[in-house]
Design a protein around this ligand. Structure first.
Ligand code: MBD
Ligand code: FE
Length: 283
């Protein structure tokens, strides 16, 4: 059974991801000194020049690159491209200092403000949402072990067809997106369904690069979360399922061993436990 009657295209999800990014993320460099802009821009250009010299890049290849870059922008795939092939290094640098969970990349499909479900509840989903039921219990604490009552766990993930609401057409607005608020002891319980693996759209410029380079287009099945509490650093993470054939070769390089779930069969679905430890904001 498929959840939609419309085959999603790269242009659908790319345009939505670009609009989402422009609406939510700070993009100014007003506080960046020109010395730093000069350093970063020059080193990135130096790296490109070195590649051109080392491999005798031709005018045909240069023009193919130019056409491809124009296409990435036209299809709205800059968020996809950067989150798949660059974000994992930014994330590693940004969270290296943490003593609690480090997490992993956000990706292009987060939407703030998902409906509040309290400390235990079912994530918004369609009647007869396809997929294995998953009951996840967890707890949010600070690095000193203190329970973080009122911590928010924002969850978003793909459906059993690998599609995200608000980025693929024909899916209810907040489908498989919800905000949970930890109770007095920092505990929460979330009921959802297991997502399917995600395939990068194959009909857009990122898909063309993947095909031209002989790569595959898959991310393993994953749950996205953002966990936040006052006075603590925001944790952005993804959780994965054992046995997925792409856990070892995620196109987005975002799998870490500590993000692997261990679900067990229970009733007509599965249960799993996974806790979060947040770092206090440095004084
Ligand atoms: C995704 O679902 C995702 O999580 C990332 C990082 C990139 C593309 C699609
Ligand atoms: Fe994702």
């Amino acid at each position: 059974m498929t959840a939609t009657n419309h085959v999603p295209t790269a242009a659908d999800s790319g345009a939505s991801a670009t609009e989402r990014f422009k609406a939510d993320k700070p993009t100014g460099v007003a506080n960046t000194p020109k010395e730093r802009v000069d350093l970063l821009a020059r080193e990135m250009l130096d790296a490109m020049h070195a590649t051109i010299r080392r491999h005798n890049v031709t005018y045909d290849e240069f023009n193919a690159l130019k056409a491809w870059l124009i296409g990435v922008g036209e299809a709205g795939e800059w968020p996809l491209f950067l989150d798949v092939w660059v974000e994992h290094v930014v994330e590693q640098v940004a969270t290296e200092h943490r003593q609690g969970n480090k997490g992993t990349i956000e990706g292009p499909y987060y939407v703030p403000g998902a409906p509040e479900q309290g400390d235990r509840g079912v994530v918004p989903m369609r009647e007869n949402e396809p997929g294995t039921l998953l009951t996840w219990t967890g707890r949010v604490t600070s690095v000193d072990g203190r329970a973080l009552a009122g911590a928010q766990v924002e969850l978003w993930h793909a459906d059993a067809d690998g599609l995200y609401s608000q980025f693929a057409p024909g899916i209810p607005e907040w489908n498989l997106r919800g905000t949970f608020t930890a109770g007095a002891d920092g505990r929460f319980e979330i009921r959802t369904i297991r997502p399917a693996p995600y395939q990068i759209p194959t009909d857009g410029p990122c898909g063309k690069l993947i095909a031209a380079a002989g790569w595959h287009a898959w991310r393993p099945a994953h749950l996205h979360v953002k966990v936040s509490a006052p006075g603590h650093e925001l944790l952005t993470a993804q959780l994965y399922f054992p046995g997925d054939e792409h856990n070892e070769d995620d196109i987005a390089s975002a799998v870490k061993p500590e993000l692997m779930l261990a679900p067990e069969p229970a009733g007509d679905g599965e249960i799993v436990g996974y806790d979060f430890v947040l770092d206090p904001v440095p004084a």
